[in-house]
Ligand binder design. Structure first.
Ligand code: OSB
Ligand code: MG
Length: 368
């Protein structure tokens, strides 16, 4: 595969509504899109880093720096015969998986387009329709949260995840359960607690949640294992799992019963598939997380979700929940039964809308 050019673009996209987690609120995304061009085809990838280094160590600006200084020069000087070889090119870059993962995802889309195949087929996907849930941020009031949940349930979403933090947990879940006793419900703390809160976290058992996502430190496995022994609610790890080794160690220590896989957090498709396969072999179900992606990253998440062990509803939902207008055509749509039909076009199966992207671009650099 002869790679000719790589273009980085930073686009700005205001969210329809602010999204608040235990580490802060976001109202406008600054997203880095990667376009790779060669042999008459273009591949697109999205860097899922946040604007600020609060979910993990990465940010829009650090990703731009890592890509232009290290990852892109390496990609342009290295012959590649398949996108599956790309991740190894950056094995000497410590961390920064969202940066390299965005470039890796673009290479997979490019390879799939060169071979005129859908990306889900290239990675070995099996599902043709994927179950969808939604992630609902911390709201100014419980009443507003309940209204939002009601709206998403009416739209057909199969499970609801709410964000929690100290002071926005027990009372909130009490009210949610009172109004929606049978809802498939889970909570995500984004590392807002410590093991000293274990008695408090045990109170969550009475809400029979599907899972409690990442209650403890972003880089911890051992304390999660201690907590999982103490509570009934299944723990799902997000931030703590960045490599297949982390997944193996978390499983060996019984630190979780479920793993959330995010394409960016783990450095792209090859590494996501390694974690998927490791979980599958151990009987640990996985689901696809989201990072408030534009349509480019959303499309990649859909392809990833077709792998066989993605058996739980993910955080991949309709474009119109986030944006007035997305950057892909068609936009990502969800059926009334809360699923996304996997598109069968080449590559990610949704076309990058160049005019829209150009309009949103605030910085652009091409290599060489
Ligand atoms: O922890 O899953 C998370 C958004 C930003 C950072 C971290 C997380 C999230 C979400 C949103 O939960 C999922 C989405 O709707 O894209
Ligand atoms: Mg999470």
């Amino acid at each position: 595969m002869k790679l000719e050019h790589i273009t980085l673009r930073e686009i700005r996209m205001p969210l329809l509504a602010p999204f608040e987690t235990s580490f802060g609120a976001t109202d406008e995304r600054r997203i880095v899109l990667v376009e790779v061009i060669g042999e008459g085809a273009a591949g697109w990838g999205e860097v899922t880093a946040g604007e600020k280094p609060f979910y993990n160590e990465e940010s829009t600006d650090t990703a731009w720096y890592i890509l232009r200084q290290f990852a892109i020069p390496k990609a342009l000087e290295s012959p590649l015969s398949a996108a599956s070889e790309a991740a190894a090119l950056w094995s000497n870059i410590r961390g920064h998986y969202m940066a390299t993962g965005g470039l890796e995802a673009a290479l997979w889309d490019w390879e799939a387009k060169l071979r005129e195949r859908p990306l889900h087929a290239l990675i070995g996907g099996v599902h043709r329709e994927i179950p969808c849930g939604v992630s609902i941020g911390i709201k100014p009031s419980i009443e507003q949260l309940l209204e939002t949940i009601a709206k998403e349930v009416a739209a057909g979403y199969q499970r609801i995840k709410i964000k929690i933090k100290p002071g926005w947990d027990i009372e909130v879940l009490d009210k949610v359960r009172e109004r929606f006793p049978r809802l498939k419900l889970m909570a995500d703390a984004n590392s807002a607690y410590t093991l000293a809160d274990k008695a408090h976290l045990k109170l969550l058992d009475r809400f029979y949640l599907m899972m409690l996502e990442q209650p403890l430190a972003h880089d911890d496995i051992i304390d999660h294992a201690k907590l999982q022994q103490y509570i009934e609610t299944p723990i799902c790890l997000d931030e703590s799992i960045r490599t297949v080794r982390h997944a193996e160690q978390a499983i060996e220590l019984a630190a979780c019963r479920i793993i959330n896989i995010k394409l960016g957090r783990v450095g792209g498709f090859l590494r996501a598939k390694q974690i998927h396969d490791c979980c599958q072999a151990a009987g640990i179900p996985v689901w696809c997380g989201g990072m408030l992606e534009s349509g480019v990253g959303r499309a990649a998440n859909i392809a990833l979700s077709t792998l066989p062990n993605f058996v739980l509803p993910g955080d991949v939902s309709a474009s119109k929940r986030y944006w007035t207008q997305d950057v892909v055509s068609p936009e990502v749509e969800v059926t009334p039964r809360g699923t996304i039909r996997v598109p069968d076009g080449p590559g990610i199966g949704y076309e990058a809308d160049r005019e829209r992207i150009e309009h949103l671009t605030i910085r652009k650099e091409s290599f060489p």
